[in-house]
Design a protein around this ligand. Sequence first.
Ligand SMILES: CC(=O)SCCNC(=O)CCNC(=O)[C@H](O)C(C)(C)COP(=O)(O)OP(=O)(O)OC[C@H]1O[C@@H](n2cnc3c(N)ncnc32)[C@H](O)[C@@H]1OP(=O)(O)O
Ligand SMILES: CC(=O)C(=O)O
Length: 537
Amino acid sequence: MAQEISIFDTTLRDGTQGEGISLSAEDKLKIAQKLDALGVHYIEGGNPGSNSKDIEFFERAKQLRLQAKLTAFGSTRRKHSVAEHDTSLLRIVESGVPAATLVGKSWDFHVHTALQTTLEENLAMIYDSFAFLKRNDVEAIFDAEHFFDGYKHNPEYALSVLLKAQEAGADWLVLCDTNGGTLPTEIHEIVSRVREELIVPLGIHTHNDCELAVANTLAAVQAGARQVQGTINGYGERCGNANLCSIIPNLQLKMNYACLSADQLQSLTTTARYISEIANAHMPVGQPYVGNAAFAHKGGIHVSAIMKDSKTYEHVRPELVGNKQRILVSELAGQSNIISKAQELGLDINTNNDKTKKIMEQIKELEHQGYQYEGADASLELLLRDAFGEHKAIFTLESFKMIMEKAAGQMNAEAIVKVNVDGETVYTAAEGNGPVNALDNALRKALVQFYPKINAIHLTDYKVRVIDEKDATAAKVRVLMESTDFESSWSTVGVSSNVIEASWEALVDSFRYALLNMSKVETAHDVPRVRLGLVNH
Ligand SMILES: CC(=O)SCCNC(=O)CCNC(=O)[C@H](O)C(C)(C)COP(=O)(O)OP(=O)(O)OC[C@H]1O[C@@H](n2cnc3c(N)ncnc32)[C@H](O)[C@@H]1OP(=O)(O)O
Ligand SMILES: CC(=O)C(=O)O
């Protein structure tokens, strides 16, 4: 029977102490529900003694009926006061939560310097505060701040702090590596020693200042800690907290501890991505387990082996954490990358045939010119479909013209586009707040009469990258565009020494890709040979 580990999520409290992370009460409610579905055991919702947003969150969270224990955070009572009158403690009890975490000092240096009080008064603050929580029937978790630094400088005092919380009735004693400077070997040794002296179960809370938060958490669990505190995607103060998205699969898949059910573990990737969206914090593609590139294979040698057995380059099956394998096609590709991608698209391909080699050479040549297909899946698909004769000539460009004007202090752009749709020439013109927007509007206007659904498509990201900086303003640029129709999103690429032409290429690929799955609507039977789109001014 696997040993159970209690997962304590503090994304909504310590996570929001990370730079750039700010969540409304509404955001917090959404995230709490997602964490609950993931199956974490505790959700630390915030600090009701700190701000009214967190008070509102705890009030509204009462309607959520969470399976997880909702936990409020605060600190031990202020020095020389009484717990019954301490605002932070009163707010916690008023919030109606079943569990609370109190941070308290365990490093003598902090007692003297930050609290500016005596070691005895700090022990009294801890005792009074935990006794108060227990009198109010609240499960009480002690976050022993700076425990490892404290233990290294004054082990007797650091231990006496834990014993005091235990004496007052604390249910968990959580050892914190608050400054994130401790090494895994030290964590293991200190947790092992301290565990011998206590009855109450231990937890671990680490920060990532030495990029060791995950390793330190695992070391603490191996030494006997039974609660793990951390955040989704590692958000948190300074360099962040321990990342639960790495800790949970490491504990469960590699160390045989029980954290979540197998089904819940499969929702880890969507949970991580959902929370990054709400927090408006970009997720690194290479984030272990849940990142977009965590199981992406690019090198030809890797892909060739992966196709024989994915264990050759994957440490676990991506499906176990809800992620998936991806094959990237780039200048580093061998035939295996192309074959695998073509098979994924349902294209008929045979190993080692001349066509595969030709496509590979074509891609390498295009990448040499500055195109980049690993970040432009839709352009790559069009390229492969064209090469396999699955070309769908939906429209062709005859010409486009751009007019840029600065008048009355304002920049205006107008695009005139001439395209051919199934033998019909269509002219349109449209304005935009910039040249790309004007081109987008004009092309869309030319196509919408044949493909009305095209209006649902919009651009979500647009990036320009200079390819050969040494040529300064004459340099080639690569434009990467991301588009969506609300159900899916796709990326396209264009390259030119003219930024408008590069944008046009990426824009055309985006529309061509969207139109692959749209059927053409026949308009009036007396369609003229040349249509004039409406011109907006
Ligand atoms: C390791 C951690 O992550 S702990 C959590 C840190 N998170 C936060 O601080 C976010 C929420 N904090 C807040 O909203 C505010 O800091 C509050 C409401 C808690 C306090 O605000 P203020 O009363 O204005 O105090 P301020 O933030 O300036 O200073 C902190 C005070 O708490 C005291 N304090 C710090 N830790 C503790 C503790 N464990 N127990 C009791 N008092 C403490 C400090 O000594 C200081 O008191 P002082 O003003 O008498 O010197
Ligand atoms: C409690 C806490 O967040 C810390 O010590 O880092």
